[in-house]
Design a protein around this ligand. Structure first.
Ligand code: NAD
Length: 534
């Protein structure tokens, strides 16, 4: 677990060590933010991992049929990184066809063969971890240490599912009909359409492709328009790993995203769609899938409660809240969104929490010492600002931050701590998806559980307590798919990840993640006779 925590949240661990650097290199507090020279372009050890203007279809690198491209910008500087193919419906149909043809062969490979392919892909990710992390920081903005953590996390899904591939078992079932024998075969569902978001450009893809390939499916993956280069580099590594043509197809679109999504959700060849992103888009895709009744996994937005009871270890709770709230500058679906603190420890928690946030260094993710990068785009910055202004107008106190940082670049926002939050504020009802922590006071366990559940979504929930009875009670009563008790980090390839209510359904990672890409076929043998008489 300690290893996973280091992999997932290395930046926070280094804050204390870096504060020394901050004090010597910059005037303390006066300018704790860092701007990187805008002329710097990151270098890759293996430049052939940077795939510009091509997508990966049927084992080949191809442009959009129309020749159209879209621009990808560095969220830290706003500068152009490069251009990518603007795939349309026809291009998408071709990718689906390639996956369909490949499925007929790939589904019959043994689990051991599929395992070796996934393992090889994992090894290549590890070998190229530095370059993959560079691409992630460049197009997503997260600091290099966090990007490296993501590469490890992402690769671990391929490793984990490579170990599942040879262990796809069915069942034998005692029949209720004399003479019958019943058993099940777990079959791959078929061609899968995968749609992934920008906040984890590598991990959201391997978390879906890993189990799909493990069970024998083939995929068409629509990479996010904001962060297409990491997925395309992963496709290049899949190619080098020897994954057969057509099994993995990675396509890109920005302006045509809805058109591509329409094809992936309506083409009858696609038997399964897995989407990670916002709840409104998830609902739209579900409607679109209804026409052909596709198997569906939706990992959507959350509004995670993070509860600190007055019997908690406060330092541990502060560390957990920092990790959960500010990871990827608050842009993960399991980030704490409402931090509820019991009144008896409210002031102590708020003071210690604000001290930790004060030590952050915001800036370009490539800059040494930076712990927190920019937000992904202008819409994200606007939403964060609107949530802060709304809370202020309704009586919250800004303890720290509260403003944009235009001097650093177009998408930077100060890490912000608000106290005196109430249920009337927008942050109580909506996911902020940014670096703003609002602390809500509460009095009783019943009250906080009611408040925590007063939202239509339910992805992750966290609480800190040393009372064993309370731990069980609250874990059972939170309406979420995942609970962190005395920890702010819950992601693990071995653990089922997913939500309830309007956070969607289906589980990723773990043996439950395997089942999402399978169908259960039942076979009954009749007339097998009665047991032999001795
Ligand atoms: P979004 O749902 O609009 O986009 C997520 C991804 O879905 C995009 O990368 C895009 O490629 C794809 N997409 C969007 N519309 C589509 C369509 N019609 N058909 C097919 N694909 C489509 O989210 P966003 O605007 O990038 O972020 C806004 C909110 O979404 C956030 O505030 C957060 O609540 C949520 N979000 C959640 C996650 C998560 O990990 N669950 C990730 C990103 C965003």
């Amino acid at each position: 677990m300690a290893f996973l925590q280091r992999a997932l949240f290395p930046a926070s661990r280094a804050v204390a060590a870096r504060s020394q650097f901050r004090r010597s290199a910059l005037p303390a507090i006066a300018n704790p933010f860092v701007r990187l020279s805008s002329t710097m372009r990151p270098k890759l050890r293996d430049p052939s991992l940077f795939k510009e203007n091509v997508c990966y279809v049927n084992g080949e690198w191809v442009a959009a049929g129309s020749g159209k491209t879209f621009e990808v910008h560095d969220p830290a500087t706003g500068e152009l990184i490069g251009t990518c193919p603007e795939f349309d419906a026809q291009d998408t149909e071709k990718a689906i066809k390639a996956a369909e043809v490949a499925f007929e062969e790939f589904r019959h490979r043994t689990g051991r063969e599929r395992s070796k392919l996934l393992r090889k892909w994992y090894d290549l990710m590890v070998e190229n971890a530095g370059d993959l992390a560079t691409l992630i920081t460049w197009e997503n903005g997260k600091p290099t240490a966090d990007a490296k953590g993501e590469v490890t996390y992402a690769a671990n899904f391929l490793e984990w599912f490579s170990e599942e591939a040879p262990r796809i078992y069915g069942d034998t079932i005692p029949s209720s009909v004399p003479g019958n024998r019943v058993f099940t075969i777990k079959e791959p569902v078929g061609v899968c359409g995968l749609i992934t978001p920008w906040n984890f450009p590598a991990a959201m893809i391997t978390r879906k492709i890993g189990p799909a390939l493990a069970v024998g499916c083939t995929v068409v993956c629509k990479a996010p328009g904001e962060t297409p280069y990491t997925p395309l580099a992963l496709a290049e590594l899949a190619h080098r790993a020897g994954i057969p043509r057509g099994v993995v197809n990675v396509i890109t679109a920005l302006n045509n995203t809805a058109e591509v999504g329409q094809v992936l959700t309506t083409n009858p060849t696609v038997r399964k769609v897995s989407f990670t992103g916002s709840t409104p888009v998830g609902k739209l895709l579900m409607k679109q899938c209804a026409g052909t009744l596709k198997k569906l996994s939706l990992e959507l937005g959350g509004n995670a409660p993070f509860i600190v009871f007055d019997d908690a270890d406060i330092d541990l709770a502060v560390a957990g809240a920092i990790a959960s709230k500010f990871r990827s500058s608050g842009q993960t679906c399991v980030c704490a969104n409402r931090i509820f603190v019991q009144r008896g420890v409210y002031d102590e928690f708020a003071a210690k929490f604000a001290d930790k946030v004060r030590a952050f260094r915001v800036g370009n993710g490539f800059q040494q010492g930076v712990t927190h990068g920019p937000l992904i785009h202008q819409r994200a910055v606007d939403k964060v600002e609107q949530h802060v202004r709304d809370a202020q107008q309704k009586g919250a106190t800004v303890v720290l931050g509260g403003h944009k940082l235009p001097d650093l670049g177009p998408h930077f926002f100060q890490p912000t701590v608000l106290t005196g939050m109430t249920a009337e504020m927008a942050m109580a009802a909506e996911e902020t998806f940014g670096p703003v922590a609002g602390l809500f006071p509460f009095d009783t366990e019943e009250e906080v559980v009611r408040l925590a559940n007063a939202t239509p979504v339910g992805l992750a929930g966290y609480f800190f307590s040393r009372d064993l009875h309370r731990v069980h009670r609250v874990a059972e009563h939170l309406e979420v798919g995942m609970v962190g008790v005395n920890t702010g980090l819950i992601s693990d390839p071995a653990a089922p990840f997913g939500g309830v209510k309007e956070s969607g359904f289906g589980r990723e990672g773990s043996l439950y993640g395997v089942a999402e890409y399978q169908v259960t076929k039942m076979v009954t043998y009749g007339g097998m006779g009665r047991p032999l008489q001795r």
